[in-house]
Design a protein around this ligand. Structure first.
Ligand code: NAP
Length: 271
């Protein structure tokens, strides 16, 4: 199954970062974009950028907090009233709050699940029946969605859950010939990533230090290419594709390499 990008798409988390970059990448190819995020003003700014790129494009924006199931219902009801057909649902909204497990508040674990996982589940539940044969449903997980990483205990739970959900949905929606894909970006330069950096433990910083930052535009381009070539799990660069393979064939090696970096950072800190 290879989805062809055209028609009407819902994109969550489209006010900035990867979601905004993906909306800009889709703009020349599609008819309608329905953008969701909390910041209404930022959504309007993105809508104006999109129409500048493609004056024929119809852009609708909805300010909604995706951690709130009632708010999702209200928004998706409004989308359903306006549209009978949605070619793609792009569940991209999310955030990460790194920190030592014992220092993260209990609420943080619940919030991560509500925004990063349940937000996508509820949007998909509310709209999937509008997706036609040949349509698309995607989820933005992370490299941290298939490999636990020091400092990401709340985030990893939610992003692992998304991949399990997507694998299941892929099987259930195969009969309807709907493509399900999961984007797993590596560290990417976005407003969210800048916030994330403020609370990263030194061990997490050490693990990130070796990785090359991608731009949101490069991730969006890989995402579009992965979708159109029918991929389920979309890695965005050589390093993450290699980690993905190594993690499945030789997990103990990946663990040892990571723990070597963690211990070195801890030694440097204490010494
Ligand atoms: N950047 C990275 O290094 C990286 C790596 C792997 C995976 N990811 C994933 O990629 C996705 C996009 O991240 P990004 O780096 O582009 O982050 P970003 O720059 O912070 O953008 C996140 C988007 O999600 C929206 N959002 C966040 N919380 C929301 C909520 N409660 N309700 C509605 N919308 C919400 C934000 O909009 P508002 O603030 O306006 O609500 C924004 O549009 C996320 O799922 C993230 O976990 C990012």
């Amino acid at each position: 199954m290879k989805h062809r990008i055209a028609g009407t798409y819902v994109i969550t988390g489209a006010s900035k970062g990867i979601g905004r970059a993906f909306a800009l990448a889709l703009a020349p190819k599609v008819k309608t974009l329905i953008l969701l995020a909390r910041d209404a003003k930022a959504l309007k700014t993105v809508a104006a950028e999109l129409v500048q790129l493609n004056p024929e494009l119809v852009v609708q924006t909805h300010s909604v907090d995706l951690s709130d199931q009632k708010a999702i219902k209200k928004t998706t009801d409004a989308i359903r009233k306006a549209h009978r057909n949605i070619d793609g649902i792009v569940n991209n909204a999310g955030y990460a709050r790194p920190g030592y497990f014992h220092e993260l508040p209990a609420d943080e674990f619940e919030k991560a699940m509500r925004v990063d996982y349940l937000g996508a589940v509820h949007v998909t539940r509310a709209l999937h029946d509008l997706v036609p044969q040949g349509g698309l449903i995607t989820f933005t997980s992370s490299v941290v969605g298939y490999m636990g990483v020091f400092g990401y205990s709340s985030y990893a739970g939610a992003k692992f859950a998304l991949i399990g959900f997507a694998e299941t949905l892929r099987q259930e929606l195969a009969r309807r010939q709907i493509q399900v894909s999961v984007l797993c970006p590596p560290d990417t330069e976005t407003p969210g990533y800048a916030i994330e950096n403020q609370t990263k433990p030194i061990e997490t910083q050490a693990l990130s230090a070796g990785a090359k930052l991608m731009t949101a535009e490069a991730v969006a381009a890989k995402f579009a290419k992965g979708i159109e070539s029918g991929k389920f799990l979309i890695n965005c660069n050589f390093d993450s594709a290699l980690i993905y393979r190594l993690k499945s064939i030789w997990p103990s090696l990946v663990y040892r390499i990571m723990m070597g970096m963690v211990k070195k950072a801890q030694k440097n800190k204490s010494g």
